[in-house]
Design a protein around this ligand. Structure first.
Ligand SMILES: [Zn+2]
Length: 353
């Protein structure tokens, strides 16, 4: 008998709407994630204090833990603090660093993790990966997918708009990442998971083609859903391929070559995706991506994030080394620095940079 279906590791709750935060306790109780209310809630030292003030009355059984940063040491410290506390779950309430620390700590102590994202800056809000700084730079650690994800759109609106912009770049970059994955399939026979590719691509296309702007709930809902689907696509595939191709290699290269000068993840991968799409010969697709990015206030050329053309070209050249073994348009073309320079000038002219 053939396998009739497959189980997809995915959260049992996805709650995206204005006011979702006010129902956190009842959602966790209803879904039997935490009936006792014994929760370890991780928050940042800064904006976390305000959230704690607002929520502590509705979460009387919770203990609160401050997360100082986004390093592996911070995550291990959180795990040690939570260990032995007889909690039902760890709640990561905050931005990327808090959620990544909570994911890692939950995996380490064997508890389910609830993600409550207070910004939409990248697709890690519901992914099976925890990104933490370590002694060697930055590491990606495999962890279980969050058991529940809450996004309160009223809270998202309070965060600086650059976080929403970053999420847009990360979601749109899926389109380029999936195209790279398919290229690897055609050239090298790499296996593409059709469902993971479909979810990641649809997430990117929905954000790309949505007529709304950062200020309206309809658009923010599609963006949040897109980031959730990207995370689940990675769970299905078992790796980050559906959401990470040449676009992300270029961004990692910028981070590594020019430490301290990096723009946001989404800004960098957005430019990377539009340029990679150009390199694949899809000039119309590249222009559409650039138009959308620009409409939402994102940069489309390197100069707009403070890098000279030569610095960007150097990053593109270096990019394949950031993900050895990953085959994208960069490894496929294997361009010389001069050819990268020419291609980038052509791209910049094409998108009007
Ligand atoms: Zn990303």
């Amino acid at each position: 008998m053939p396998v009739l279906t497959r189980l997809i590791p995915s959260p049992v709750v996805v709650d995206i709407r204005p006011g979702a935060l006010d129902d956190l306790a009842s959602v966790l109780a209803d879904q039997r994630i935490s009936q006792s209310g014994r929760l370890a809630v991780a928050v940042s030292g800064g904006s976390g204090a305000r959230l704690r003030e607002r929520l502590s009355a509705s979460l009387p059984g919770a203990d609160w833990f401050e997360v100082d940063g986004g390093t592996i040491d911070d995550a291990v410290r959180l795990a040690d603090a939570v260990k032995g506390g007889r909690y039902d779950a760890i709640v990561g309430l905050g931005g990327g660093k808090v959620i990544d620390c909570a994911k890692f700590a939950a995996a380490r102590v064997g508890l389910p993790m609830v993600a409550v994202a207070t910004n939409l800056s990248h697709d890690g809000i519901c992914s099976p990966v925890s990104i933490l700084d370590n002694d060697a730079g930055r590491g990606s650690y495999g962890v279980p997918t969050p058991i529940a994800l809450l996004v309160d759109l009223a809270v998202i609106r309070e965060a600086p708009i650059r976080f929403v912009r970053s999420g847009i770049g990360d979601a749109v970059s899926n389109i380029s990442a999936v195209a790279d994955w398919e290229l690897a399939h055609r050239v090298n026979g790499e296996k593409v998971d059709g469902l993971a590719a479909a979810m990641a691509r649809q997430a990117g296309e929905a954000v790309l083609r949505h007529p709304g702007g950062c200020g309206d709930d309809a658009f923010l809902t599609v963006l949040a859903e897109g980031l959730v689907l990207s995370g689940i696509a990675m769970s299905i595939a078992g790796h980050t391929r559906p959401s990470s191709g040449a676009c992300h290699e270029i961004s990692h290269a910028l981070d590594l070559l020019y430490p301290g000068r990096a723009a946001s993840h989404g800004e960098q991968v957005g430019i990377g995706a539009a340029f990679a799409t150009h390199l694949r010969g899809d000039h119309e697709g590249s222009r559409l991506m650039a138009e959308t990015l620009r409409r939402h206030g994102l940069p489309v050329v390197a100069q707009e994030i403070g890098f000279g053309d030569d610095e960007f070209v150097r990053a593109v050249e270096f990019a394949p080394r950031t993900r050895p073994g990953r085959y994208t348009i960069l490894e496929h073309l294997d361009l010389s620095p001069t050819r990268i320079e020419e291609a980038y000038a052509e791209y910049a002219a094409s998108v009007g940079g």
